[in-house]
Design a protein around this ligand. Sequence first.
Ligand SMILES: [Zn+2]
Length: 429
Amino acid sequence: MALLIKDIYYLPMTGTPQLKKGSVRIEGRRIVAVGDIEPRWGDEIIYGHDKLALPGFVNCHCHGAMTMLRGFGEGMPLSEWLGRVQPAEAKLNDEDLYWASLLAQTEMMKAGVTCYADMYFGEENAVWAMEDSGIRAVLGNGLVDNDGLGEAHLRAALTMVDSCRDDLQGRLSFALAPHAVYSCSEGYLRDIAAEAAKRDLPLHLHIAETEDEQERCLRMKGKRVLAYLRDIGALDRKVFAAHMIHLDEEEIAIAAAKDVRVAHCPQSNMKLASGVLPYSALKKSGVTIGLGTDGAASNNDLDLLEEMRSASLLQKVTSGDATLLPPAEALAMATREGAKTLFLDDRIGTIEPGKLADITILSLWRPHYYPRNDVNDLVSHVVYGGKNGDVHTVIINGRVRVREGRCVDLDEGRIYHEVQKRAAKFWAR
Ligand SMILES: [Zn+2]
């Protein structure tokens, strides 16, 4: 049976946003036709009246199961925040991680996110959650060796990757995720990069989130973070990195030369007072930039519509240039460029025949979408005014996973109940 989204406004995001009206036909996991299409007998039809279809949003950096610690460690800079959050994380068991991952996936899907990149421990629990929710993800167990257990962490991560026999109909892929240069030794980073190269997996890490990270790297290695990572061979293959805030000119040139892709997390950066992405310089150098939410303990939600808005507004207010990061660029970062950041742009990120069918449909029957005149109005209304409550339907891998704002395969009440019950132990003093 095919799925037909009939007579809908859509932004294919294959280039500069162009508003089109037509139908999208999906067979199996893929988009097979876009344009003027008549329904066939037996098609399931989604009527597009008063709606807008976009490529599903791609969240390029998340710690999904941190939803269990939402709001934990408020009002702290990164170093203090880590000191509060990490001891709490050590108490998370497998069932906690499953329910917290499922809460994260539910929250993202209801906000139109169809794919996310995750870095956390116990990611096999996120796989169980993915089976239930239907979301697409690039998972990577967070790797550190400053706890003396680096080898065991890496072995567990590789076991998960190498023994995985079910990619959940192509929805599941992996990265190796060394946490950061301050939590991984040089030898450990080299080992991880070598294992990633053997398996053609991307590296997913935090880079240059704070000035302190740069100062420590200079003190211990005599180099800034990107120069250090380049010199130990960690940037020779696929790499995407969260934050990339405190970079000098040489590091921006390294990022461009080594094709280090950026997961920009504006709300987390603002909340932890980490700083502002050097967007103009990175963009001028041709660096690929997607958007991420980071974890729910430093955000506090997992909503790419908000990240689009924050990214755009943050660049304007800090540069004094109202033309910087216009809405069309923000929308591309949340869709096509996000897919590219995760090295998935051959599969997702646009609405065109041949791509996997990851599509988010917004209801335009909302006050904040009126009045509108042309494509630019609609793009700016979505970026500056769009809310997760506008998300009407979400299709992932060709299947409807959210219908009229509700996750069709999940018991949302059960998820809230389980997480609430389990969170009590973290808040107990
Ligand atoms: Zn992070």
